[in-house]
Design a protein around this ligand. Structure first.
Ligand SMILES: C[S@@+](CC[C@H](N)C(=O)[O-])C[C@H]1O[C@@H](n2cnc3c(N)ncnc32)[C@H](O)[C@@H]1O
Length: 264
């Protein structure tokens, strides 16, 4: 099931993070991207750190106990369920990805707390109805859910239904739910980002960059939490970042934001 002849986003990302679950084709593309933009591995680390801060904020400050994470990626500790369940051991987490290699590692994702629930669903983000149907066996959609699409939507073009899938998912959430997004932008370093997109395209991977306004469109009808949509290291930076945490030198070409679904 695993095609090792073509690079795959999850495995290239794993290579950037220093993981071992990638193949020579993934490393080759990772090296190509890093040669174009030396910050690429830092971008991956800054994105993971954003995921950790956003998840902790929602579990600690907003009291969310249900999490739906689509585009989970190959497990990299700490994983989202470990953050959520360290705050609330009874947190219920559903992971979703469409890559068979993530499925192969699902066992590592499923080691959650005994009082919580951690489930993995193999599905495509472009089929949100199927995700909602499967997730409903674990999550109560009448109560708030933290939906995360972190470093996912730049793999789904507008014409492939990026906006429709977000709308379908958000419409299914109860008021008081949250949407966390991060995605690539060419706003800061257009030349490098467009060269990176071309390198991914040559490897058969579609990647899209979106402007601040285009990212904002995904949050239509939702209330953005402070500080709004910003480069991921600037989203509620910690006083003492973890060793692999946000890097502030040089631009990080990923926007991130978290928003709450209002009542009515
Ligand atoms: C860059 S990784 C991000 C992993 C994790 N969310 C993070 O931010 O650390 C993107 C993930 O999205 C997954 N993905 C890409 N397109 C997808 C789709 N259409 N449906 C489901 N997952 C998808 C890839 O397999 C990969 O695991």
């Amino acid at each position: 099931m695993i095609d090792t002849t073509r690079p795959h986003p999850a495995r290239v990302y794993d290579w950037f993070l220093g993981g071992k679950d990638n193949y020579p084709v993934d490393e080759q593309l990772g090296r190509q991207i890093a040669a174009i933009d030396g910050a690429a591995p830092k971008v991956a680390r800054a994105n993971r750190a954003f995921m950790r801060r956003a998840t902790r904020t929602l579990a600690e400050e907003s009291g969310v106990r249900q999490f739906l994470d689509i585009g989970t990626g190959i497990p990299t500790e700490p994983n989202l369920h470990q953050i959520a369940q360290s705050v609330a051991p009874d947190a219920r987490v559903v992971y979703v990805d469409n890559d068979p290699i993530v499925l192969a590692h699902a066992g590592a994702l499923l080691r959650g707390t005994p009082t919580g629930v951690t489930e993995y669903v193999q599905a495509d983000a472009r089929d949100p109805e199927s995700i909602l149907r499967q997730a409903a066996s674990v999550l109560d959609f009448d109560r708030p859910v933290a939906l995360s699409l972190i470093a996912l939507l730049h793999f789904v073009a507008d014409e492939d239904g990026a906006h429709g899938l977000v709308r379908t998912l958000v419409d299914a959430l109860a008021p008081g739910s949250f949407l966390t997004l991060s995605m690539m932008t060419a706003d800061f370093e257009p030349e490098n980002v467009h060269r990176g997109i071309a390198a991914y395209a040559a490897g058969g991977v579609t990647l899209v960059a979106r402007s601040h306004a285009e990212v904002g469109a995904f949050f239509t009808g939702l209330d953005l939490l402070e500080p709004g949509i910003v480069a991921v290291p600037d989203w509620r930076p910690e006083d003492t970042p973890a060793a692999d945490g946000p890097v502030t030198e040089g631009p990080i070409s990923l926007y991130g934001g978290v928003a709450r679904k209002p009542a009515g």
